[in-house]
Design a protein around this ligand. Structure first.
Ligand code: SF4
Length: 325
């Protein structure tokens, strides 16, 4: 049985120009202990989908219009607020791209950490303090005892991110959702943070890693889901998607990765831009950027089809009867 099962999730936002669908009929699962990547360009709906899992969509203007999110046998979209609050942190933790948006600027690190522990674990204040301190040490914060008394703004970006990771892991959640956890950091710190997540992630802890970087997914994940313009366009095991990408968008993402073999001047992008959710075309959302588009693509939306061994792709070229090269 999956740890988390998302079925037909759709999220809309009411804006001045109308209603836009940021996540459209998205379904996926994560198994216990698995690392799953969710990739796509900015604006594809990855972060909104992740926030919707624990109902963190600001409402209004956002609204989950349909779907189910099962954690075990509980549908998180229908849990009472108290029960959902208990799930957040202890069963599902989030690491955000910008730690300062998640850490309170008004409270010292030690206070923020011990409050979280106090809410979820049966510990005295002293025990909670020692426990928090041990986690700051585990994530490599120098002078951890002193840092317990620091405010977030007194820490570097890398240290703030380490604090977030400590807070996300210290309650031993079954699932960590990490949304672009290193985008704001320099490459050296990025590598340290990813090593840390890998080391700290217990065998039983699953990871949903949201990123636009296929290289990061290759290093960190066992399976990947590619989103484009609010929909899932491909999903497969990591080796499979790198060796046999099916959807032209996934191919474009992979061709954009610079490698030593591609030379120093290699710079390849996917022409065009992600369309606005207010103006998605009829038919395939990728049609205006796709070199393979044909008439059917202009009129019908391709659904996901199985290309073998659980490899799914939403492209008419993958449909039976077409030879995709
Ligand atoms: Fe391209 Fe058509 Fe496939 Fe869409 S369905 S990705 S437009 S070939």
């Amino acid at each position: 049985m999956s740890l988390l099962s998302v079925n037909n999730l759709s999220v809309e936002f009411a804006v001045d120009e109308g209603t836009l669908r940021a996540v459209d009929d998205v379904s996926f699962y994560i198994s216990r202990g698995e690392s799953l990547g969710l990739v796509g360009e900015s604006g594809c709906g990855k972060s909104v989908a992740a926030l919707a899992l624990t109902r963190l969509i600001p409402s209004p203007p956002g609204r989950i219009v349909s779907g189910q999110v099962f954690l075990g046998d509980r549908d998180l979209l229908r849990l009472k607020p108290d029960a959902l609050r208990a799930v957040r942190g202890s069963e599902i933790s989030m690491i955000f791209q910008e730690p300062l948006s998640a850490l309170s600027p008004l409270h010292r690190i030690g206070k923020q950490m011990t409050e979280g522990i106090g809410f979820h674990k049966d510990m005295s204040r002293k025990e909670a303090w020692q426990y928090a301190l041990s986690w700051l040490k585990r994530v490599g914060i120098p002078d951890a005892g002193q840092r317990m008394y620091s405010y977030p703004f007194q820490l570097s970006g890398g240290m703030q991110q380490r604090v977030m990771i400590a807070m996300a892991l210290m309650l031993s959640p079954g699932l960590i959702i990490a949304d672009e956890p290193t985008t704001a950091l320099d490459v050296t710190t990025q590598a340290q943070i990813f090593n840390l997540i890998r080391e700290m992630k217990q065998n039983e802890t699953a990871l949903l890693l949201i990123t636009h970087d296929m290289g990061v997914v290759w290093e960190m994940c066992e399976r990947v889901i590619v989103m484009y313009a609010s929909r899932i366009v491909e999903s497969a095991k990591i080796e499979e998607i790198f060796s046999r990408p099916v959807h032209p968008y996934t191919r474009g993402l992979l061709e954009a990765i610079p490698t030593p073999a591609r030379g120093r001047n290699y710079l390849k992008d996917i022409p065009g831009q992600v369309p606005s959710p207010l103006r998605y075309p009829q038919g395939c959302h990728f049609q205006d950027r796709c070199g393979y588009a044909f008439e059917r693509c202009r009129n019908e939306k391709p659904g996901l089809v199985d290309c073998g061994d659980g490899h799914l792709a939403a492209c008419f070229l993958a449909y039976p009867g077409r030879e995709y090269k």
